[in-house]
Design a protein around this ligand. Structure first.
Ligand code: GLU
Length: 459
């Protein structure tokens, strides 16, 4: 069975790079009918916050990624780690090191002066004497002294690290707390993780983790190290470029399926397909197809995907989403016309809300350029004729309003723009927006009259 995991350290919010890693792992587990574990790596008690953990869970909930079993917290597993540290000590595969910080600093300095790479010199590896007093030891693992550590990365190919590049790294600090590479390896092994998909910033942790696996005789998982997401200039993604809390994307009005579609394409592709439903992702995703090179974040692509998903959302769903932007359309009698007219045009739900408000609320001001362009010539007579006609009939549907415009155009023998433009300024204060007849049907006959009269009073 394929078992994957997402193992964030709760030091901050879940950003999109993290969510992409989670998505890849989730897809691979679900595609194979396997298990996806969420493990919170909160051993560094000083840097972790409950708030960050909650933010991660909230983001998972929003995008709809589910996980199997309870969330695993490393902070609750210290006893387990201790047991394995003791096991390695008992078997002589790890040892206490009594070197003080001062001694270590001195060693480093000497090595640097000799032009060597600073590293621990293994002086306590085979120590049998009496330990110095008053030093609380760390525990170090016995790394191999020669040979290579070799593993097959599912994305990067064969990775070879010479044993001499690794030293006997610390697995437990002097206060007894276990270190990162140790607990990751223990947890992955005990949780039965078979496939590890993670950022390639962890590539050089992997040999250390392999040393732990091997010391304990545990079966190695398969590793996939995913290249980073860069900004459009090819630099590391910063907050400004979009490396922010995933929940910010919700606030900005992105749909979760658009974000997931966007993320799956950052680093993975299938032919030249851009739009992937979750079902398609599940069918087609394979971590071995993840690109070897870094991928570039491109917000306009996300906008494009988001408009696609907005366009294809039901109006009922949009109505619920718009409530986050203080727009309550549930009982509006023309909500279908409004949403059908706008959902083709909005890049985000927030933009959809703004566009809808622009129609539903009488314009507070008139765009200067639009006024200059549209309010000239015979516009007053034209609008008055339009008002007379409108007042004399029953108008509800877009076609009813459209008919009146056509009549005015005919009677006055004018181009459509001669009425269309001033009318648009009257209705929404500017020259852009959806179809005029739709706007009038949405706000209704009385409000249409009010807005046109208001414009005539103002100019
Ligand atoms: N906790 C690590 C991080 O947040 C990830 C560990 C892993 O995936 O192996 O970067």
């Amino acid at each position: 069975m394929v078992v994957t995991r997402f193992a964030p350290s709760p030091t901050g919010f879940l950003h999109i790079g993290g969510l992409r890693t989670a998505l890849f792992n989730w897809l691979w587990a679900r595609k194979n009918g396997g298990k996806f574990i969420l493990r919170i790596e909160d051993t560094d008690l000083s840097r972790n916050s409950q708030e960050a953990t909650e933010a991660i869970l909230k983001a998972f909930d929003w995008v709809g990624l589910d996980y199997d079993g309870e969330v695993a917290y490393q902070s609750k597993r210290f006893n387990i780690y201790k047991k394995y540290i003791n096991k390695l000590l008992d078997e002589g595969k790890a040892y206490y090191c009594y070197m003080t910080k001062e001694e270590l600093d001195k060693l480093r300095q000497e090595q640097q002066e000799r032009g060597e790479r600073p590293r621990y010199d293994r002086r306590y590896r085979d120590f049998t004497g009496t330990p110095p007093e008053g030093v609380k030891p760390v525990v170090r693992i016995k790394a191999p002294l020669e040979g290579d550590i070799i593993f097959e990365d599912g994305i990067k190919g064969t990775i070879t690290i010479r044993a001499e590049e690794l030293d006997d790294f610390i697995i437990a600090r002097s206060d007894g707390t276990p270190t990162y590479n140790f607990v990751v390896a223990i947890d992955d092994a005990l949780m039965g993780v078979t496939d590890i998909i993670r950022g390639d910033d962890h590539l050089y942790n992997t040999p250390k983790q392999i040393i732990v696996y091997e010391a304990l005789g545990l079966k190695l998982p398969k590793f996939y190290h995913v290249p980073m997401i860069l900004n459009e200039q090819g630099k590391k993604l910063s907050k400004r470029d979009g490396a922010m809390d995933v929940m910010e994307y919700k606030k900005m009005g992105y749909l979760p399926e658009a974000l997931l579609n966007f993320l799956v394409r950052l680093g993975w592709s299938y032919k030249d397909q851009e739009i992937f439903t979750l079902e398609e992702m599940l069918e087609l995703f394979d971590p071995k197809d993840i690109n070897k090179s870094a991928s570039a974040y491109n917000l306009s692509k996300l906008d494009w995907l988001n408009s696609h998903y907005i366009k294809n959302s039901s109006n009922d769903r949009l109505i619920k989403l718009l409530e986050d932007y203080d727009l309550f359309l549930e009982s509006h009698d023309k909500k279908e016309i409004l949403l059908d007219a706008l959902k083709e045009r909005a890049k985000t739900i927030k933009e959809l809300a703004d566009m809808a408000k622009e129609i539903l609320e009488s314009p507070k001001e008139y765009d200067e350029k639009a006024v200059k362009k549209a309010l000239k010539g015979e516009y007053k007579e034209i609008l008055n004729l339009f008002l007379d006609k409108l007042k004399s009939i029953d108008a509800h549907l877009p076609v009813d309003f459209h008919k009146i415009i056509e009549e005015v155009v005919k009677e006055k023998n004018i181009g459509f723009g001669k009425i269309g433009q001033p009318l648009r300024v009257a209705l929404v204060g500017k020259l852009s927006g959806p179809d005029l007849s739709d706007i009038m049907a949405i706000i209704g006959k009385d409000e249409t009259i009010n807005r046109v009269e208001k414009l005539l009073e103002n100019f």
